[in-house]
Design a protein. Structure first.
Lengths: 281, 261
């Protein structure tokens, strides 16, 4: 039976009912921190193709899409879990409340995707080993001698980058999931990532939506790849900046408004490369 | 720009009140569901306790627009929702709440207005192009009646609750439409829009209940961490039940999902 056939026969009802116990795996995380600096991860994405290429190429675009999604969810789930285990966020703060809710969702997404892949007879990718310092460039969990304030800022900045990446990456895979039972659940995850992104951005003092290709105040330059390509003003060959809005004039700058109104997809390769910044092996 | 006209079943006492903005202010129209229209036109004998009506001048049968089938049906469906959202935020910006709102909230509603107007005009243009050979297949401009639906644009809570309802509805509607789209390019466009609607929903929810998990609350997101994905029929009924859409239309031929969920 071909994988496509299996995907076709797979119903998302199975997805809802079948829960794996993979969450337990998260209990045994290896330690991170300074020692991760030995693996100097370059920021330049072009120099990081090796890691990007490490991602699955099963020959089935739907399976590849789900494996990429699972990899991103592993990353997010572990990031939020470690963030909450650190003492960086103030107890009861808006940030902590948001992180707890998001953490719950990302861990559920991991379980959900694993169940879905297994239900389709596909072996899910294993959880990578992550390094959220990106080779010592960040100290989001305050394992080093960074000030708590800086760690907190880095933690929120990384959260924003991960969520905005998630939104764009799922969108980029939607077409690969067309005609499969996975499309709808993937869309249902996609919009949740967007809700997360909006709140994290607003906590950071930004708007909930992306303007142009701006990563926003306080975002490290290393995260610019998350935002490149967001500056699109033509949709389906329609120039929405040059458009005459007649008796519904836009408020403020038209280019700003038009780029905000549409989130752009990101290729699987770009998403893999961004995730690769935080993957040791 | 030429705008298609739909035959409406009402007497406009105010004369040529064809301006959407003015219409929203005036209100006063009840939603006339398609079944009601059909009942009126096809069941002439049902006239209990009333005087026989004088035979009016023969009017052309009011045609109720149907969203259509296939991808065009889905585009019209999205266009209807975007028209509703855009009309709402247009009205919000004329109300007392907006006038007295703090700058941060004003800016938020400016953005939501911009985005929804852009979405609406995008669909207007895209659908016009797709129906160039058959303009009658394009959803006309809808009229809305916010007051009749109990929406008070002068009241902050009413505005925020309505915004939350509309954005949540938009997310659920786009999520449920995805698997009914045949053309990959349209699916990607829908994806580009739905995540912005989700960002809106999150922001509005956050404004309603700051420092809470409501931005992605358990009231909508399930134990698998999934947002809802509603059938168009359910969205249609929910929107009709709001009593906010004054232009009757039907959604009888929208495509089925490729995979039942």
């Amino acid at each position: 039976m071909s994988i496509i056939k299996m995907l076709d026969e797979f119903s998302s009802e199975n997805l809802m009912n079948k829960k794996s116990s993979r969450r337990d795996m998260f209990g045994t995380l290896s330690s991170f921190g300074k020692k991760a600096a030995i693996a100097a991860v370059p920021f330049g994405l072009a120099t990081n193709k090796a890691k990007a290429a490490a991602f699955q190429d099963s020959g089935n675009s739907a399976v590849d899409a789900l494996q990429l999604a699972l990899t991103l969810e592993y990353l997010e789930a572990e990031f939020y879990m470690m963030a909450l285990e650190s003492d960086v966020l103030e107890g009861g703060s808006r940030s902590e409340i948001a992180f707890m809710q998001i953490s719950k969702h990302e861990s559920a997404h991991v379980d959900f995707l694993i169940s879905g892949l297994e239900g389709a007879g596909v072996e899910p990718v294993a959880k990578p080993t992550f390094d959220f310092t990106a080779g010592g460039s960040f100290d989001p969990f305050n394992d080093g001698d960074t000030s708590m304030e800086v760690s907190r800022a880095q933690m929120l900045a990384l959260a924003q980058a991960f969520e905005d990446t998630g939104v764009r990456a799922y969108k980029g895979q939607a077409a690969n999931l067309m005609g499969t039972a996975f499309l709808e659940p993937a869309l249902q995850i996609h919009s949740v990532e967007a809700k997360h992104a909006s709140e994290i951005r607003r906590i950071r003092g930004l708007k909930g939506w992306i303007t142009g290709n701006q990563r926003g105040d306080g975002m490290p330059e290393a995260t610019q790849d998350v935002y490149n390509g967001e500056e699109v003003t033509m949709q389906a060959d329609i120039d929405l900046v040059g458009y005459d809005y007649g008796d519904s004039p836009l408020v403020g700058d038209k280019t700003v408004a038009v780029t905000q109104a549409f989130d752009e997809p990101m290729s699987g390769e770009t998403a893999s490369t961004i995730a690769g910044l935080f993957i040791v092996s | 720009m030429k705008k298609p006209v739909v035959k409406l079943e009402f007497d406009d006492k105010k004369g040529q009140g064809n301006s959407r903005r003015r219409f929203i202010k005036m209100g006063g129209l009840a939603f006339a569901g398609s079944t009601l229209l059909y009942a009126c036109s096809e069941d002439d004998d049902f006239n209990p306790g009333m005087q026989p009506e004088p035979e009016p001048e023969p009017e052309p049968e009011p045609e109720v627009f149907d969203l259509g089938s296939g991808d065009l049906g889905i585009l019209n469906y999205a266009y209807a929702l975007e028209q509703l959202e855009a009309a709402f935020y247009t009205a919000v910006r004329t109300g007392n709440y907006y006038a007295g709102a703090p700058d941060e909230e004003k800016e938020l509603f400016d953005d939501l207005y911009n985005h929804e107007v852009i979405h609406r005009e995008f669909f207007r243009t895209a659908i016009a192009a797709a129906t160039a050979d058959n303009p009658d297949a394009m959803l006309p401009d809808l009229e809305f009646n916010l007051e009749g639906a109990g929406i008070d644009i002068n009241n902050r809570d009413s505005v925020l609750q309505t915004a939350k309802l509309l954005e949540d509805t938009g997310v659920s509607a786009y999520n449920g439409a995805g698997d009914r789209i045949e053309t990959a390019a349209y699916l990607v466009i829908a994806g580009k829009i739905v995540s912005v609607e989700a960002r809106h929903a999150s922001a509005i929810r956050s404004l309603l209940n700051p420092d809470s998990a409501d931005f992605a609350g358990d009231d909508v997101i399930d134990v698998n961490g999934l947002d809802p994905a509603a059938d168009p029929g359910d969205i249609y009924n929910a929107v009709v039940d709001l009593g906010v859409v004054a232009t009757p239309f039907t959604a009888n031929n929208l495509p089925a999902p490729q995979h039942e969920s």
